[in-house]
Design a protein around this ligand. Structure first.
Ligand SMILES: Nc1nc2c(ncn2[C@@H]2O[C@H](COP(=O)(O)OP(=O)(O)OP(=O)(O)O)[C@@H](O)[C@H]2O)c(=O)[nH]1
Ligand SMILES: [Mg+2]
Length: 308
């Protein structure tokens, strides 16, 4: 049997790659776009701003080209130690990418935070693309023309692309642009990789998504989730997962559990279904709720919850 080396299959120099950062205000649809681009849900999505807390990597390999997407927290004024970490994730992300993608609403002015991002691009002479997302919400496509005008005056974007991350409109065109941006260089991940996030992190995020979706007001943003145990049972197609939902106050704990445990039951049951779809195996999920007062201002806990 002959030994075929990797170089014979894929001669050196043929491989291409690009690092692409998705940045923008909270709630504009960055994570929705990431999921749409790689065709799998690796980032949680909710109708609440500041859903994404860490940088999330999505990987897509098409033939010789590998695209590495960095989803980032929505840019906002840091009020807690946690949001300072989130802000750092954004600035670090645009520091060494090949292309930045500024995701914006299809209408309205550019905010101060968005202008600051653009200034960052300018300082680094960063190639950037502007994406007008949520165009499915427009009655008339002409409504986005003023925004396109504003963007073209703000920065020499390589392109300004209207899309809908929700129904996929315009995403193919965007993908072509990304593939064109790839430069000769090695693949950084095995070609079948979708994300560099460990399964535990994705499972914790799924629970956090269900808390955000089911609860109102101040509680959800004070939530952190950890997976304490994840173990496949021997000789059974079943994995046992033990998770802890941390909240900031005793009163919040009561709300997460709900009357007769109903809220926690709903959260756990929805999370279990998503985990089973993601892991492709039956899940026995146990969720516990604990109080960790003011953890968002405590460096030690922030690090514990996955921020470096
Ligand atoms: N109608 C419509 N809604 C969208 C579209 N893209 C995203 N959304 C919705 O917008 C909300 C925010 O989406 P996310 O993907 O979580 O936004 P994000 O920019 O990642 O938000 P942060 O993580 O908080 O910065 C969700 O309710 C999405 O379903 C779109 O193209 N059209
Ligand atoms: Mg997000």
């Amino acid at each position: 049997m002959s030994n075929i080396s990797i170089h014979e299959i894929n001669p050196a120099g043929e491989e291409k790659s690009a690092f692409i950062a998705l940045v923008g205000k909270p709630n504009v649809g960055k994570s929705s776009l990431l999921n749409r681009l790689i065709g799998e849900k690796v980032a949680i999505v909710t109708n609440k701003p500041q859903t994404t807390r860490t940088r999330i990597t999505g990987v897509l390999t098409k033939g010789e080209t590998q695209l590495v997407f960095l989803d980032t927290p929505g840019i906002h004024k840091p009020k807690t130690a946690l949001s300072q970490h989130m802000l750092k994730e954004i600035t670090d992300s645009v520091a060494d990418v090949d292309l930045a993608v500024l995701v914006v609403e299809p209408t309205g002015a550019l905010t101060k935070a968005e202008m600051e991002l653009v200034e960052d691009f300018r300082r680094q002479r960063l190639p950037a693309v502007a994406v007008l997302n949520k165009i499915d919400l427009l009655q008339n496509k002409e409504e986005m023309i003023p925004k396109m005008q504003l963007l073209s005056e703000a920065y020499p974007f390589e392109a300004i692309v209207p899309i809908s991350a929700l129904n996929g409109d315009g995403v193919e065109e965007l993908m072509k642009l990304f593939l064109d941006a790839a430069q000769p260089g090695p693949h950084f991940f095995p070609d079948d990789t979708l994300t560099d996030q460990p399964e535990r992190v994705i499972c914790a995020e799924i629970i956090r998504e269900k808390v955000l979706l089911n609860m109102q007001e101040e509680v959800p943003h004070g939530i952190a989730v950890t997976i304490e145990e994840m173990k496949e049972r021997e000789n059974q197609e079943l994995v046992d997962i033990r998770a802890v939902i941390y909240c900031e106050r005793q009163s919040h704990k009561g709300m997460v559990i709900g009357k007769g445990g109903q809220m926690l039951k709903t959260i756990a049951s929805q999370a279990r279904q998503d985990m089973e779809a993601f892991l492709g195996i039956k899940v026995n999920l146990q969720c516990w709720v604990k109080v960790k007062e003011d953890w968002r201002n405590q460096e030690r806990f922030i690090r514990n919850f996955g921020f470096n």
